[in-house]
Design a protein. Sequence first.
Length: 741
Amino acid sequence: MSNRFRLLFWIFAIPAILLLPSVIRAEGPVSFQRDVMALLARAGCNQGACHGNLNGKGGFKLSLRGEDPDFDYNVMTRDFSARRLDPQKPAESLFLRKAAGLVSHEGGPRFSKDSREYQLIFDWIAAGMPRDPETLPKLTQLEVEPKARILDSNQDRFRIQATAIFADGTRRDVTNLCALESTNPTLVALQPDGEVRRLLFGETNILVRYLNRTVAVPVAFLPERKGFHAVQTMSSNPVDRHLFPQWVNLKIQPSEKSNDSMFLRRVYLDVLGRLPTAEEARDFLNDPTTEKRSVLIDKLLQRPEFADFWALKWSDLLRNEEKSLDSKGVRIFHQWIREAIQNDRPMNEFARELVSARGSSYSNPPTNLYRALREPYARAESIAQVFLGVRLQCAKCHNHPFDIWTQDDYHRFAALFAQIDYRILANKRADDLDKHEFNGEQVIFLMPGKELSHPRTKQPLQPRLLGSQELLPYQSDRTAELANWIAQPDNPFFAKAQVNRIWYHLFGRGIVEPNDDFRLSNPPSNPELLEELADRFKKDHFNLRAMLRLILNSETYQLSSIPNETNAEDELHFSKSAALPLEAEQLVDAMLQVSGSKMKFNGYPSGTRAVQMAAPLHTGRRSSGLGEKFMKVFGKPERLLTCECERSEDAGLLQSLQMINGEIVQSLISDKNNVLKKYLQPGQKNETIVEELFLSGYGRLPNPKEKEFFTQKLETAKDRRVALEDLLWGILNSKEFLIRR
């Protein structure tokens, strides 16, 4: 080679070779945990649908989402005589060849041969598959930028950058090692370099996961909204202070303020679970004062129906049903719940009494919580979900794939309930109940020495509170410790979970939705709002009425349900009131109230409203009556789950048939002693009748066209009773009656 060519070689070739490793190789030695495990997660190899499955795939099993690095290292380097990896000929390693699609692989190629992923794993194999030292600093934090992003219609992409922070303070850019997922995969395309590209307009959360840390990045791709103009508020209510600016940022224009009749009907249904009477509606609509809404809210919160309705909600959550509690237990438990709400017992004290309860299920009603939840795991899952807003179920068999909870967290929390036992004082089984369901008084007590064992180590588990690093002594009063921790004002979960549940019952969805599923991968739609409401809840001593009063008086709650062109598709940010079907009990009570008919529910005195019933559908040996069957069709829960999700709101054909020609509707309309009897008396004006029925069913007066049409129908009717029945039937079957707007 001539000297000239040698010179050219040194000028061009050597720098290119030196630059190559910086592109495809790791900085320093490849780490099994920090690099290889991260790449397995990024490629989807350790997902539940692949080798992270309980039984693995194709004879190769990894821990789900890399929760057990030691197990994965041994499987990869020792299993099947280490035939998957070849440090002498790394390129011939079966693991690499399958992942790169060079040999048949059921999962298809996970990365290409010229990719960074391939080269990193190649380097690790070539280095002899080194195991990380025990002193390797652990990952302590994952920082992701941006923390949230809103993009206008002319912006269709942006990049996410992730930085890992370790226990020794070192920082590392791990963007190319993170697994990216979208909670709405049809909306965006995610690239290996962290680029997020719009496919459709809308909102999603990008989950950025590196090792055992996950960060959610809320993203909104906004369409062009020509009709948008920013709406400001002068309200000092924290609900409005947080939501109005968010709407401006998202270019959402809130709906107009609801009119008086819409607000009136809504607030009666949300606070009392019933409709206003015609007289109550007329009085409110005729009230000229500007403060009448806040005055009405205060009055409703003090009415006895408030405690009836909210006791129903908590009876659903606490599984107050007869097959587990027996009829007396149901009544006693319901009465205790109702009295707690009526007497303004702070919600944290309400929770404390339930969780720490022991003694007789008859003389100490809160013990019925543990009568319905008969084993430690059911108790742990239910109490975490109801009082902390945490769904632990996914961590029973493996670390939670979308949250911080490990399998160890799950079982140590369940160990808090290991010593709870019960004795049946009257061991007489009802003929129609199975062997696990008993009638009679039960006593809840603690059984010292009774422990849960870890499913892997088989060793007794020392209990631990969620999020704590300290183990509780075996001999401690565990449920008392748990109850006190839940009730403390500085508990990190309780206030947010309860505020979010209250919000859910007023708006149809939580700030976190599902309302009892707080996790890293499911962030609140407005974190600042949730935080401030939780703080107010604590300052108001966890008072349910105070929180309801605050939200009900906000401009946001009082918005109309009629959408505009900017918020028609908004389902996340509460820029319009949700149109919600009446709950089963509300619907039955509303039909009875408007029709003026009576209905007796099995086991309850005459005049009992559906929302006042303590028990769910099937009460002991008594067969379900007409009203109970109707409510079951309309989604009344049987209280077998600790979740509002058990109550179904899905309309179906059976519901339509019940309303159009069902037995209960026909019986209410044809009842000779219903409200129509009064309207058939001499001297009743047709205009007045139409007005009264509209006020009773809709909380409003008929508009001129409605009034003229129905008045004329009554005046020209050959059979006045039939005409009135037709009008009543039409009201009960109208969307305006069946929907809370």
